[in-house]
Structures are given as structure tokens and as C-alpha cells.
Design a protein around this ligand. Structure first.
Ligand code: AMP
Length: 182
């Protein structure tokens, strides 16, 4: 199940480009204008629901912070659990962590060690707003697998195809992007 051209246009037109944010040379894809547009947000969420209701997922894992917005909403629609993958130092219980490099910096993400433990070999969908170099998503996929679950697909609203993040991540998990930016 992929997006129709009409659905893609509605979502694409709702995303705003901010040049030179957070530093010169970066075109920041601003999804706040998707979220406050009820038509675009609705089209997006019902598409994700239609696609993923067939997957028999056990959890959605959302990446800090914009992955929480789509991931938590989708988990509720699918009637499954949501797991936050957070920036270092935010999760209160025992964590496992991974360092990674970002399009603009270096960071570290963590997940609770027991986040998926209720369901053995749980089927997990990872979600974030955007994949650039793939560093964040690659680290998140490692964390999901280290926590004893199975990352069956990663979903991104936007994929930057001029970087090789998507191709690298495909060695680890299936990748689904709704909007590709060349
Ligand atoms: P990366 O690890 O390089 O794939 O970067 C992905 C993460 O950084 C995601 O969590 C995005 O939200 C954020 N990010 C990277 N580049 C951009 C961009 N051009 N516009 C918006 N968010 C970005």
C-alpha cells in the first residue's frame, strides 16, 4: 500500500522548507505546517494506518522528538504499544545506548532495556519524520534489535535521497519513505 499522487501532493505541499536552519547550508524540512494542517495530518495518518494494519506489529518505536508525534498517534490507531527512543539522559530506568553522527553534529540515543520484553521477538516499526545520513535510524535499529525485538520496517515521512542513508539502512531493515527529496 503506497500513497496516491493526490495524497502525496497534499502532504508534500504542507511541509515547509526553512533555508539555513539550524546552520548555513541545511534546508530544514519543517513538519509543524503538516501537523497544524488537519487535512494533511489526516491524510498522512490514515495512510499510515491503512498500510500498517496489515503488518501485525507489536510496537511502534518513535525517534526523539518528531517520531513521537507520528509514532504515538499511529500506535494508538493500531491498538499497540509505543516505545520512545530518546536522546541521552532522558529515560529514567536502565537503558542501552548508541552513539551516531547526524547531518549536523554527533549525538547518542537510548531505549529502556525492557521496552519490548513483554512480547518475545516483538515485531517493531521504527518511525521518524526524516532520514538524512541515516545515522540516527541506524542507531535506533541497532537499539531495537539489542533490546530483543525485531525491527521489521522503518518509516519516514521524508527521505533525502541525495544522501545514502536510505540505501545503508536497507541493509538492516525494510525502509518506507512517503516523500523523497532529491
Ligand atoms: P540523520 O541521522 O542524518 O538521518 O538525521 C535524521 C534526524 O535529524 C531526524 O531525527 C530528523 O528529524 C533530523 N534532521 C536531519 N536533517 C534534517 C533536515 N534537513 N530537516 C529536518 N530534520 C532533519
Amino acid at each position: 500500500m503506497v500513497l496516491s499522487n493526490t495524497e502525496r501532493k497534499i502532504i508534500e505541499n504542507s511541509i515547509r522548507d526553512i533555508k539555513d536552519f539550524p546552520k548555513p547550508g541545511i534546508v530544514f524540512k519543517d513538519i509543524t505546517t503538516l501537523l497544524n494542517n488537519k487535512e494533511a495530518y489526516g491524510v498522512l495518518m490514515s495512510h499510515l494506518y491503512t498500510r500498517y494494519k496489515e503488518y501485525n506489529l507489536d510496537y511502534i518505536a518513535g525517534i526523539d522528538a518528531r517520531g513521537f508525534i507520528f509514532g504515538a498517534a499511529l500506535a494508538q490507531m493500531l491498538n499497540i504499544g509505543f516505545v520512545p527512543i530518546r536522546k541521552k539522559g532522558k529515560l529514567p530506568y536502565t537503558t542501552i545506548s548508541e552513539k551516531y553522527s547526524l547531518e549536523y553534529g554527533i549525538d547518542e540515543i537510548e531505549v529502556h532495556i525492557d521496552a519490548f520484553s513483554e512480547i518475545p521477538n516483538a515485531k517493531v516499526l521504527m518511525i521518524d519524520d526524516l532520514i538524512a545520513t541515516g545515522g540516527t535510524a541506524n542507531a535506533a535499529a541497532n537499539l531495537i534489535n539489542q533490546a530483543g525485538a525485531n525491527c521489521v520496517e522503518s518509516c519516514f515521512i521524508i527521505g533525502l535521497t541525495f544522501l545514502d542513508g536510505i540505501e545503508k539502512l536497507k541493509e538492516k531493515t525494510d525502509v518506507y519513505t512517503l516523500i523523497e527529496v532529491e
